[in-house]
Design a protein around this ligand. Sequence first.
Ligand SMILES: Nc1ncnc2c1ncn2[C@@H]1O[C@H](COP(=O)(O)OP(=O)(O)O)[C@@H](O)[C@H]1O
Ligand SMILES: [Mg+2]
Length: 388
Amino acid sequence: MAEIVFERVTKRYDDGQLAVNALDLKIADGEFLVLVGPSGCGKSTALRMIAGLEEISDGSLVIDGAIANELSPRDRNIAMVFQSYALYPHLSVAENIGFGLKVRGSDKSEIRAKVEATAKLLELSELLDRKPGRLSGGQRQRVAMGRALVRSPKAFLMDEPLSNLDARLRGQMRAEIAHLQKMTGVTTVYVTHDQVEAMTMGDRVAVMNKGVLQQLAAPRVLYDSPANLFVAGFIGSPPMNLLPGKIVATEAGYALELGELTIALDDAALDARPGIPRFAGQPIIAGIRPEALRLLGSVTPGPSRFSGTVAFVEDLGASLLVHLDLAGASVVAAGVSEDGEELSSARTRLRAVVDGALPVGKGDPICLTVDPARIHLFDAKTEQAIGA
Ligand SMILES: Nc1ncnc2c1ncn2[C@@H]1O[C@H](COP(=O)(O)OP(=O)(O)O)[C@@H](O)[C@H]1O
Ligand SMILES: [Mg+2]
């Protein structure tokens, strides 16, 4: 098992494409680290540099304390784990797991011992004689991991292993892979463009955009304290509402002006983001998660209230996702979608998640409110979070 450290690692492809830009990232021994970001942000390139499949243009890759830039893939002993369907269909589970050892010429008794130990760890002992065609999706994934694990790799690398599965199986496999990683304790770097996968699986999550690491933190920290506008818009589903506005000093303290709307920033809000006074008079972007909005019984517009007309409602069962045509303020879409598509066009719809039992329907006038301490604030110029 290994610690993997990127020290200002840069990858520039021969055609000049800057895929990874001065990446600093330390992956602890035994950690499950998820690398997430929109398509084209450099995730696969970073992973392939760990495996030794991509030359490093600048900086150092350090594996277990030794610079590994020039090590051949074989000498790194790092396993790329492929999708479950990459199993050999005509071989049994035992033969699939032992395949790599056999190719390397290990002797039969050694292969058997290692296959049995691996199967035991992955709870596959009962299935060793089966062919992959007669296994469930979860069992196949375990065999795929077993095939890598049997060689005692220093680390597992996984590049979007679930992307071709249907939603239901993907959900199961998320939990399965995270569980197996905990059981085996092998350092794992898992690449995905899916922020839900990232949030549910990783001990820590590294968010990348355009080759640059945006934030490295536990999922909860990314959600509660996104470091910049990109992370704020990318993490969370449905995504955070982003509203342009400014901070103003008032007699009572500070307030947030969002178009015609004014929200007083109370002591709790100032405690949560002590940097607010420094931004008085400055343009900011306010970020409000759909689940932070609360439906008010009254529909009378007033200070600190978002009022408007319900454009449509998505009924999710336990909750309703309400799309509100907002009066007096505008909402801008977050920077980039998971597919890497730029979202620059302004929208005016505010999204709110409310209790599924509430009587909200298309065309209804409604009012929503938010606890000011739950409003995220970003410098409109630098796009960095306004925190301390
Ligand atoms: N072999 C290559 N030659 C040139 N450019 C490449 C190559 N592979 C990837 N790229 C470019 O590098 C950037 C990062 O790609 P990649 O690491 O595959 O991103 P991701 O896995 O996040 O989708 C993209 O702009 C991509 O087009
Ligand atoms: Mg990729």
